[in-house]
Ligand binder design. Structure first.
Ligand SMILES: [Zn+2]
Ligand SMILES: [Zn+2]
Length: 248
């Protein structure tokens, strides 16, 4: 499968990237994981918005879901007419969360645009992918996502503090897309985000092949995040950048 970074900025967009969003392609099926602010712009550098087959939301913080508001306008008012409903897999209340971002309740509560499907911990199948979801350590319902295509595995941390469940989810992944929001010397609250070092430690314990750091906050220091991760992880290490692609 092919991973394209559509956005890797944490919390709010930065000068070089939109917020979290990842395009995953295999067998002609396009899955978008998370839809953070501004990410639909980068997506259009790779395909038409109508070419997306499904969306999966790890959690409902704005920096992971709010471009589905913008995307609903693109679908409702497309000059060639509304495309078929787009399946949107997300935590309970995804529909209400998105509808709440409109100035007044959108027509049909977006049910004419999106086919909302509620996720929970466990396994589901989307297109050619087996998807395993595990609750991670974040202030709201949030999932880590393990995506399997044949014998290849990509795991995405979503937003999380340190947790053993993430190590189990990522076990032996070919590529581990892991958030690294914080730096080590900051006063970091628990159960919110990882540091670069913690991302490296989780990757090392899970014995992954390639660690890709993401959710880098605009006020952070990506070079230091990478150094801190490299001190804890001895495999291949990359810092995500908008538009970067990875063959898994
Ligand atoms: Zn986030
Ligand atoms: Zn979050």
């Amino acid at each position: 499968m092919k991973l394209t970074i559509l956005g890797c900025s944490g919390t709010y967009p930065g000068p070089a990237s939109a917020c979290s969003s990842y395009l995953i392609e295999a067998d002609g099926f396009r899955l978008v994981v998370d839809a953070g602010n501004g990410s639909m712009g980068e997506l259009q550098r790779h395909c038409d918005l109508r070419d997306i087959d499904a969306v999966l939301l790890s959690h409902l913080h704005g920096d992971h879901c709010l471009d589905l508001v913008a995307n609903s306008y693109a679908r409702r008012y497309h000059p060639e007419g509304m495309p078929p409903k787009l399946p949107v897999y997300g935590p309970i209340n995804t529909q209400e969360r998105l509808c709440g971002a409109f100035e007044k309740r959108p027509e049909d509560s977006l049910a004419d645009i999106y086919d909302f499907r509620t996720i929970g911990a466990g396994c589901l199948h989307i297109g050619p992918y087996r998807i395993d979801l595990t609750r991670v350590a974040h202030p709201i319902e949030a999932y880590g996502v393990r995506i399997t295509d044949g014998d290849k595995v990509l795991t995405y941390s979503g937003d999380t503090g340190a947790c053993d469940r993430l190590v189990r989810l990522a076990r032996d992944s070919d590529l581990f897309l892991c958030e690294a929001s914080f730096l080590d010397d900051e006063d970091n609250p628990p159960d919110l985000h990882l540091t670069g070092r913690e991302a490296g430690e989780h990757a090392q314990r899970a014995d992954v092949g390639h660690l890709v750091l993401t959710h880098l906050v605009p006020w952070g220091n990506a070079a230091r995040s990478q150094q801190e991760a490299a001190a804890a992880f001895d495999g291949q290490l990359t810092v995500a950048s908008s538009g970067a692609t990875f063959e898994v």
